[in-house]
Design a protein around this ligand. Structure first.
Ligand code: 3HC
Length: 311
């Protein structure tokens, strides 16, 4: 009966073992995973836009090739994650509809503009750095398909962060104008990167339950702190400062203390009021509509050749 199924589910979670698609799971667990995995996938796809803006403007062929590879990786990460979400009984078309109708979110960070080439460095170093901090624990998520998607994604993310660091390092140690461009980008991307980890734990409606289900292995504030502790020494190597006068090592805590985050900006951005929200969703919907013929052709081809139709 239900008690037996629930007991088995809870024993699997308690033993830090994996729940697989065919296992029974509480509906709340299923819905939480659909919500988080879908929004993670949406973030990867929308996240291609800010960087794509610089593919044709990259300062060298090498930088163009690296950026092109990174943006292609993001598309692939989106596909792995949509595939993981489909194991929970939703279709990709349903998830796109939820994104396009603003019923599902994507990461707040992608609603900011990429004003200079240094932004590509700041995104790689800070945004992909934050993504790695958030995604490594997800490799141990209790839901099998999500954890396995994360393992592959994390391998590719480390290249993303390194190329961002390298861009900033060259600029910071270049001409004064280049140093200033790198510092300006870091000033604009620092606080929005801290917001990527979600609201403070005491304002997070989902963290406690997601921790109990082994979906989250650390809370939002714990991961945010991990990220700050990792980045501060790297900023020193870059020769760049972080725009927080209250940032300082706290020997009692063994962590860096940092200043208050403007959560009103966070809620405004995730509510649709960020600098680029309209543009990002409009561009996504236009691309999806313009690409309909490719999906139809692929489905017609699959039908003619008796293969499973493309999702
Ligand atoms: N942007 C947008 N929405 C956010 C957010 C953010 N940075 N942080 C929190 N939210 C939303 C949550 O989705 C939730 O809204 P919902 O109920 O409508 O989904 C609400 O704010 C409350 O936040 P909670 O912390 O209670 O919600 P979660 O437990 O879902 O935690 C999370 C939020 C930490 C983002 C978690 O969902 C998570 O770890 N997701 C997987 C990681 C992810 O999505 N990363 C995207 C980063 S970008 C990326 O990975 C691309 C990289 O290659 C650059």
């Amino acid at each position: 009966g239900l008690d037996e199924l629930t007991a088995r589910f809870e024993a699997t979670i308690a033993a830090n073992e994996r729940i697989e698609p065919r296992d029974w799971m509480p509906d709340g667990y299923r819905q939480t995973l659909i919500r988080q995995i879908a929004q993670h996938a949406h973030s990867e796809i929308i996240g291609m836009q800010p960087e794509a803006n610089w593919i044709t403007r990259a300062p060298s062929l090498l930088r163009k090739a690296i950026l092109l590879a990174k943006v292609q990786d993001e598309a692939g990460h989106g596909l792995y994650l949509y595939a993981a979400a489909e194991t929970l009984g939703v279709s990709r078309a349903e998830l796109f509809e939820l994104l396009h109708s603003r019923k599902q979110k994507y990461s707040s960070i992608f609603n900011y503009p990429t004003l200079t080439w240094a932004d590509v460095g700041a995104i790689g170093w800070l945004v992909d750095g934050a993504a790695i901090t958030n995604q490594v624990p997800l490799c141990r998520c209790s839901y099998g398909p999500y954890a396995r998607a994360m393992i592959r994604i994390c391998k590719e993310e480390s290249f993303h962060q390194r190329q961002g660091f390298d861009i900033l390092y060259r600029l910071s140690h270049g001409t004064p104008a280049q140093h200033e461009m790198a510092q300006d980008a870091v000033n604009r991307w620092w606080w929005p990167s801290l917001m990527m980890f979600g609201p403070p734990d005491d304002q997070s409606p989902h963290t406690a339950q997601s921790m109990a289900w082994g979906i989250k292995r650390f809370t939002n504030d714990e991961l945010r702190q991990k990220f700050v502790d990792m980045i501060v020494p790297q900023a020193a190597v870059l020769g760049l400062t972080l725009p927080d006068p209250q940032l300082r090592w706290n020997p009692e805590r063994g962590h860096y203390d940092f200043g208050p985050i403007d959560w009103s900006e966070f809620y405004r951005v995730i509510g649709g009021g960020g600098p680029c929200n309209e543009q990002r969703l409009r561009h996504r919907i236009e691309a999806y509509t313009a690409g309909a013929w490719v999906r139809e052709a692929a489905a017609a081809y699959a039908a003619k050749h008796g293969q499973r139709t493309a999702a």
